[in-house]
Design a protein around this ligand. Structure first.
Ligand code: ZN
Length: 337
């Protein structure tokens, strides 16, 4: 094979590769490979001097022609990329792309809504530790030593005799200890109970407790506050039912049901065809609790109430599994933007 054949072969190979090249980088690499100082064509040209005069002239002329041709090919191929760039221009009148912004977790939104309503009634927000002592979680709240809630099944104990609070009511004892009546406090927070995780219960859950201590506070005040809250949170057209109940820290105690706002009291799957939904627990603060924290129970009376956050949130937003609140699945969370 003559040197002329080598040049011809190189030319057709290079042409083919230029056509196939898919990017400017590839074209630049090819250009160096064929036309660079150490490139294939240069290597062929170096061998020209060994050829007989006539053949040298002919091959040399063809090689130079091929070089020019290849340079032209590269120029044309590269233009495809440079013209593309010129055509993309910035249009300042187009609407921009919104950056992805996170949302407040639905539970925090609901806590915010609940607190906002009570804030409007003059309540202040107080918080306490998640890891509590037996005293604040039970003893100060009038739990007798043999109360079933102290059982290992319900309470998660941690090192040093402490426990994860089973309700936010301990904050009540902590605040009453430090402040003098009149006191109006709402206490949102995380609570823990040693329960099996299912669609309806979880080891961790949120609660909002509230209490008011002042002179002459009666059950009528409690009822007024809760009716106002339920109507503001669930809707104006609902009824409330106070059922006698028992809590160690209130006497008398009641559980509050609201008429099912999904079926308007007619009965549906959610309210188990009763027309009523259990929403919260409440009562008049037991005089023992007031005395435990050094408040004169002859002079002062108070009411307290407490509610879960997940259940009202599930009812209001038609969520059927409590675990969704803790899974951090973006598909779920994004729905509450
Ligand atoms: Zn119903």
């Amino acid at each position: 094979m003559s040197l002329l054949d080598d040049v011809k072969y190189l030319l057709s190979e290079a042409q083919e590769n230029i056509e196939k090249a898919a990017s400017l980088d590839v074209l630049n690499e090819l250009q160096i490979k064929y036309l660079g100082r150490k490139g294939s064509l240069t290597a062929i040209l170096k061998k020209l001097k060994d050829l007989p005069v006539e053949e040298r002239k002919q091959t040399g002329a063809f090689a130079n022609q091929s070089r020019k041709q290849l340079e032209e090919f590269f120029k044309t191929a590269k233009e495809k990329y440079s013209t593309k760039r010129e055509k993309t221009f910035f249009d300042p009148t187009l609407p921009g792309t919104n950056p992805r912004v996170g949302v407040v977790h639905i539970i925090n939104q609901v806590i915010g809504d609940i607190c906002q309503i009570f804030y409007g009634m003059g309540f202040e927000i107080a918080e306490g530790p998640n890891v509590e002592t037996d005293y604040y979680n039970f003893e100060a709240l009038n739990f007798p030593p043999d109360h079933p809630a102290r059982d290992m099944q319900d309470t998660i104990f941690v090192e040093g005799g402490r426990l994860l609070r089973t309700h936010t009511t301990p904050v009540q004892a902590r605040v009453l200890e430090k402040q003098k009546p009149p006191i109006k406090i709402i206490t949102p927070g995380l609570c823990f109970r040693n329960e099996a995780i299912s669609t309806r219960s979880h080891v961790a859950f949120y609660q909002v407790d509230g209490f008011l201590v002042d002179e002459g506070v009666t059950m009528a005040d409690l009822k007024g506050a809760l009716v106002a809250f339920c109507k503001a949170f669930f809707g104006e057209d609902l009824k409330l039912k106070f059922r006698p109940s028992f809590f160690p820290f209130t006497e008398p105690s009641a559980e509050v049901d609201i008429s099912c706002f999904l079926c308007k009291g007619k009965g549906c799957q959610v309210c188990k065809y009763s027309g009523w939904l259990e929403i919260l627990g409440c009562g008049m603060i037991d005089p023992n609790v007031l005395e435990n924290v050094g408040i004169d129970s002859e002079k002062y009376t108070g009411y307290a109430f407490g509610m879960g956050v997940e259940r009202p949130a599930m009812l209001k937003y038609k969520i059927n599994d409590i675990r969704l609140f803790f899974n951090n699945d973006l598909r779920f969370l994004k729905q509450f933007e």
